[in-house]
Design a protein around this ligand. Structure first.
Ligand SMILES: CC(C)(COP(=O)(O)OP(=O)(O)OC[C@H]1O[C@@H](n2cnc3c(N)ncnc32)[C@H](O)[C@@H]1OP(=O)(O)O)[C@@H](O)C(=O)NCCC(=O)NCCS
Length: 202
């Protein structure tokens, strides 16, 4: 398998949205919204183009990772910038072959070199613990609603990166998707049937 990892460029946008739709379709709920999140993220100031990478095999885009700036707001209302990655997508037929890991490892190193302190994400701990993610709670970081759970994780990009940073986590508002705007966006894509699946209840 000969995979090249390179920065995404504007000519890739539609292919990456197709890929994201394929990767997330029916996984967490019937259909998906992550392809729309990718579409919106690239237009906001929180988007970090230098950390927006694709994996390419034989001229086909088979993976993508996208980062944005997010923040932890402490009890004195001080804002601390952190990173969030996601959506991260790998073409279903090529999953579990190391492409997702390669995208994470590559961008994690780059983010560290760019001077960012930490990455905070929502995701499956069974996957993300291998990259060093720990529960956000262990760093004193909760969701915006003050909640803690295993699927809410943080990773320091250097030792002590989150030292003194506690509080509530806020990602860019474009992660919030309204049903109506998603339905309008979805019309750009070929029809795809939605299903209720086992993975939606894990
Ligand atoms: C999650 C995803 C990006 C991982 O990419 P990948 O190339 O398949 O992953 P890798 O090959 O690097 O890693 C494979 C390992 O991760 C595990 N893994 C992959 N996706 C997982 C998931 N969603 N939950 C738990 N474990 C997962 C595999 O079981 C495998 O474990 P093993 O090494 O112990 O056998 C990819 O599976 C994907 O696009 N999934 C659908 C969209 C999605 O869920 N994105 C992440 C949202 S948090």
């Amino acid at each position: 398998m000969n995979i090249i990892i390179r920065l995404e460029n504007q000519n890739d946008y539609e292919e990456v949205e197709d890929l994201t739709r394929e990767a997330f379709w029916d996984i967490y709920h019937p259909g998906c919204e992550e392809h729309f999140v990718v579409h919106k993220l690239r237009k906001v100031s929180a988007f970090i183009p230098e950390l927006d990478f694709v994996a390419v095999q034989d001229d086909q885009i088979v993976g993508n990772i996208i980062y944005s700036k997010s923040k932890v707001v402490d009890r004195n209302n001080n804002e601390h910038e952190v990173l969030t990655f996601g959506p991260i997508s790998v073409l279903p037929s090529l999953q579990k072959r190391g492409i997702g890991s390669a995208l994470i490892e590559r961008t994690k190193k780059l983010a560290e070199a760019m001077g960012y302190k930490a990455i905070v994400i929502f995701g499956n701990p069974a996957y993300y613990h291998r990259f060093g993610f720990k529960s956000a709670e262990s760093f004193g970081i909760t969701t915006a609603e003050g909640e803690s759970f295993d699927a809410f994780m943080a990773l320091e990009l250097y030792k002590g990166g989150l030292q003194g940073i506690t509080g509530k986590f806020y990602e860019d508002p474009c992660f919030h998707v309204e049903k109506k705007e998603l339905e309008a966006f979805e019309k750009k894509f070929p029809y795809k049937e939605k299903h209720v699946t086992d993975t939606q209840f894990k």
